[in-house]
Design a protein around this ligand. Structure first.
Ligand code: NA7
Length: 539
């Protein structure tokens, strides 16, 4: 596999990333007889679930559903302990996958690709690592995730803070905040998990909130005796039910719209789903993401819940999202989130009303002059979603065109979420232009890897060297993605959502994930394939 002329590793496919998608890609392609090498920055497999090891880290899809489709034997073997998987359980699960299928032997860990250049004459990608190694591959499979590049803090002067700064996406195993005064910036999914976890151990927790989120209780619990056995007995059917569900995971959606029922019934629906917990809450009515009045009714319900749980009026008020519909910013599920603000050792500071003016040696000073002191500052400030993992690498396609130039100014453009024009054989796995984060990621990834595996087999059988797309095809697909999003409330309101790139200063704002669901997406892919890969250019 080593090419002595160039001193590089030469393979059919280079897979970047060792999370759910990278592991599946290596497994599939190796099984189909392709030579394949995976690379991963981390020292181990896991991807998102390797890095995000902050206290409270947990997935918002149920364990039994947030697991791979391609090893039914593992479904029977693996013993999930809780309804929703904690980071350490998911990491253990991904490690088990790697061990069982002996995937580590095809990965180079602690290896970061910094540059990838397409050589048209040879139909080959030449990818270089931070430490000067080189890979040459016909295909470049970007299994890099959507939320893997943390964003920088957009308030200047953080270096002036004299205490420790901890980042949730790279949490040190030996961090111990017991008895400390801690500040947290960020109240997205990550903040909503780390805040309740830290509140229990620190002396004083100060939450610096800019935009409140709608937070639904997770109601996580241990799986009851026999419960997992019942699921295992019907696993194939369960997998198929998820595969054919809009969001890649079955949800028992109500058949009604919010105003099909009277006020009391509507409230009872919300109450029942609030008690049940989890993202099922969003299925309370058909039209919650389509009709503003319906959405207002659910927002009002959550506001009432906040008032019931948080005794301090001004704090309860500051926790209520008002500038966007529920769901326009990714809905959050968490345990005891609002309850945490009823604790004596937790203070909510509204940095929208009174913005951070400066970091000081001891904490932060707000525009009003108020100061808050901490020993440690925790950053849960989110990610440069969808584009960050691509623009961070110097990717150059046909004629030396830089991917970062177009994706940083126009946003990510792909045909069917798979290929971007002028970057032949670079295959995007479950990223922009596909259901990705609006679906159960594991289902979305499964669809992508199957399609990519089938594509490579087809190209090998037909003796084809490259797959590209046209500007027209990708513009048309970007328009479809935009049009579908515009049918919903997702792109509305002032949410600062990372779905639209609003969370990163200067980022182009287009709706990036495909909101039509995994079934419709799969149909688009199938239709293209049946029509000789319509919209793609195979050469
Ligand atoms: P998110 O959802 O992007 O949340 C980041 C949070 O950080 C959000 O509350 C931001 O407020 C806040 N933030 C960022 N910069 C600042 C500054 N300068 N001051 C105050 N607050 C700030 O990221 P998460 O990691 O929580 O979740 C990402 C996804 O991972 C999640 O949706 C799941 O899919 C898994 P803002 O809203 O920008 O005002």
């Amino acid at each position: 596999m080593t090419d002595s002329t160039h001193g590089s590793v030469v393979v059919d496919a280079l897979v970047v990333g060792a999370g759910f998608s990278g592991l599946q890609a290596v497994h599939r392609l190796r099984g189909d007889g392709f030579s394949v090498r995976g690379v991963e920055t981390a020292p181990d497999v896991g991807g998102t679930w390797y890095w995000n090891r902050y206290p409270g880290a947990r997935c918002d899809v149920e364990s039994v559903d947030y697991s791979i489709y391609w090893d039914p034997e593992l479904d029977q073997e693996w013993e999930w302990s809780e309804k929703y998987p904690a980071q350490k359980d998911l990491h253990a699960y991904l490690r088990r996958i790697a061990d069982k299928h002996d995937l580590r032997r095809d990965f180079d860990f602690e290896t970061t690709i910094t540059e990838a250049v397409w050589h048209e004459d040879e139909s080959v990608w030449v990818s270089k690592t931070a430490d000067g190694r080189e890979y040459r591959s016909q295909f470049l499979i970007m299994a890099v995730g959507c939320l893997s590049v943390p964003k920088d803090i957009d308030v200047p002067g953080m270096d002036d803070f004299g205490g420790e700064v901890l980042r949730t996406w790279n949490w040190p195993d030996d961090a111990d905040l017991t008895g400390q005064r801690v500040g947290v910036i960020g109240t997205g999914s990550t903040g909503a998990q780390v805040i309740p976890a830290l509140a229990q151990i620190v002396e004083q927790l100060t939450v610096l909130q800019r935009t409140p989120n709608f937070v639904i209780p997770t109601r996580n619990r241990p799986l009851e005796p026999g419960e997992l056995d019942e699921i295992k007995a019907e696993y194939p059917a369960r997998r198929e039910r998820n595969r054919t569900a809009l969001a890649g995971v079955f949800r028992d959606d109500s058949p009604y719209n919010a105003f099909d029922v009277d006020d009391e019934t509507r409230r009872a629906h919300y109450e029942e789903r609030w008690e049940r917990g989890g993202l099922n809450f969003l299925g309370a009515f058909q039209d919650l993401m389509f009709d503003k009045a319906a959405n207002d009714s659910v927002a009002e319900f959550i506001h009432t819940k906040i008032d019931e749980i948080v005794p301090h009026g001004p704090t309860a008020d500051a926790l209520k999202p008002r500038s966007y519909p529920m769901g326009a910013k990714r809905p959050v599920i968490a345990t005891d989130y609002y309850e945490t603000f009823a604790r004596d050792n937790v203070t909510l500071v509204d940095v929208r009303a009174d913005p951070i003016d400066a970091f000081t040696a001891d904490g932060v000073r707000l525009a009003s002059g108020a100061e808050h002191e901490f020993d440690t500052l925790v950053l849960a400030i989110g990610f440069d979603a969808f584009t960050g993992p691509y623009t961070k690498i110097d990717i150059r396609g046909v004629g030396g065109k830089r991917l970062a130039d177009s994706w940083s100014t126009q946003g990510p453009k792909t045909h069917l979420g798979m290929v971007t024009a002028g970057f032949p054989n670079m295959l995007v796995v479950a990223g922009a232009g596909s259901p990705s984060v609006l679906a159960n990621m594991v289902t979305a990834i499964n669809d992508h890897i199957i399609w990519i595996g089938d594509l490579l087999n087809h190209m090998r059988a037909e003796g084809l060297a490259s797959i590209d797309t046209t500007e027209e095809a990708q513009d048309a697909w970007v328009q479809v993605v935009e049009d579908v999003a515009n049918m919903t409330l997702w792109p509305t309101g002032e949410s600062g959502s990372w779905y639209r790139g609003e969370n990163v200063v200067g980022k182009p704002q287009i709706f990036m994930p495909f909101a039509g669901g995994v079934v419709a997406f799969r149909e688009h892919l199938e239709k293209s394939r049946e029509n000789d890969y319509a919209g793609f250019v195979l050469a």
